[in-house]
Design a protein around this ligand. Sequence first.
Ligand SMILES: Cc1cc2nc3c(=O)[nH]c(=O)nc-3n(C[C@H](O)[C@H](O)[C@H](O)COP(=O)(O)OP(=O)(O)OC[C@H]3O[C@@H](n4cnc5c(N)ncnc54)[C@H](O)[C@@H]3O)c2cc1C
Length: 367
Amino acid sequence: MSAPDALVIGAGPAGAGAAIGLARAGAKTLLLERSRETGDALCGGFLSWRSLARLEALGIDAQALGGQTVRRVRLFAGTRSSETMLPEAAMGVSRWRLDSALQAAAVRAGAGLERGVHATGLDDGTVQTRDGAKLNAPSIFLAAGKHGFRGFAREPAAWQRDDPVMGLRLRLPPGASLDRLVGDAVELHLFDRGYAGLVRQEDGSTNLCLAVHKSRLDAVGGAPEALLRRLGEQNARLGERLIFADWSAAIDAIGHVPYGWRSGVTTPGLFRLGDQAGVIPSLAGEGMGIALASADAAVAAWRHGGANAAPEYQARLAARMTRPFALANLIWRIGESRRSAAPMVAIAGLAPPLVRWMSRTTRLPGD
Ligand SMILES: Cc1cc2nc3c(=O)[nH]c(=O)nc-3n(C[C@H](O)[C@H](O)[C@H](O)COP(=O)(O)OP(=O)(O)OC[C@H]3O[C@@H](n4cnc5c(N)ncnc54)[C@H](O)[C@@H]3O)c2cc1C
């Protein structure tokens, strides 16, 4: 490929989504991904009806993803539980399946995809890579995910600094008993300093994904399996599901998730997308939805104003994030507190419209 018009760093939902839009708009686009093969990123795997519509607009047949239909949200805290129908059908799907479909669509649209390219720095239209190469383009789309990128440090919110949040994930094997328990729900089990989400995925397995403060892991000696077993003992309904765990399977972990961080600042030529623009707490927010929406907004801005449109795009995106982030932060704080989680679940059970309002208000406005 001759010199690209746009370089996209990271082929997750934000980067692959942007590459599709850019290539469709006629830009010579090169998508750089550090992994040699598409992995199964640690994620809850819940896609709302809005994200499904966005995927369709990107040329991805959501039904062909083969995910499990999700119609309700079930909340648990202590002995309390509640269940609410979602406004529309959603989906549980693995990140391997979703990212593979998005990357294939980007290539079909005409973008180049180079794997095994680890960007290590960015400087005025130049991307440096780990193997020493320098790549130039007038517009760079930074979509490298939730962790900091050199020169783009991020501070987590004050309440996380002393006790950072980490993510854990275990896939529970397919089985009729677990299917009956979880069914067509996304389940959120709230506990002291964290939550566990469960949703069934395309291969019949159930994705169990936790966001939990590190102090909980430290309290059991640092072993994720010990923490899951402890949580199962302390939270009966979660314990009923963990009976089906295969404890020989890997438990994935990521550290320091900077929930609540967002930035509206950038320089001309640099569009920051997805988790590189803001990391919404996943208990109530939908990071993949924001990733796809940011890609869409960045491409629209680029089409309109080229590389110079980046600062205005970034400021507008940050403004759109204000209300969803404020609400998602609040729900996360309430949900992870021993005192307030059970009352929240009780109120949710009494007021389904409130749950539906929250599920709408934690999405980007105009989405
Ligand atoms: C515990 C937990 C549960 C979650 N559950 C959900 C959920 O159910 N639904 C939902 O919508 N969201 C959920 N999220 C949030 C969601 O996972 C993220 O918001 C989403 O993945 C962001 O997409 P992205 O494309 O910005 O980044 P990512 O998905 O992280 O993709 C970044 C890509 O960039 C690549 N990359 C990284 N660094 C470099 C580099 N230096 N050079 C080249 N390539 C690089 C990576 O390999 C990756 O492919 C959850 C998050 C957590 C922590």
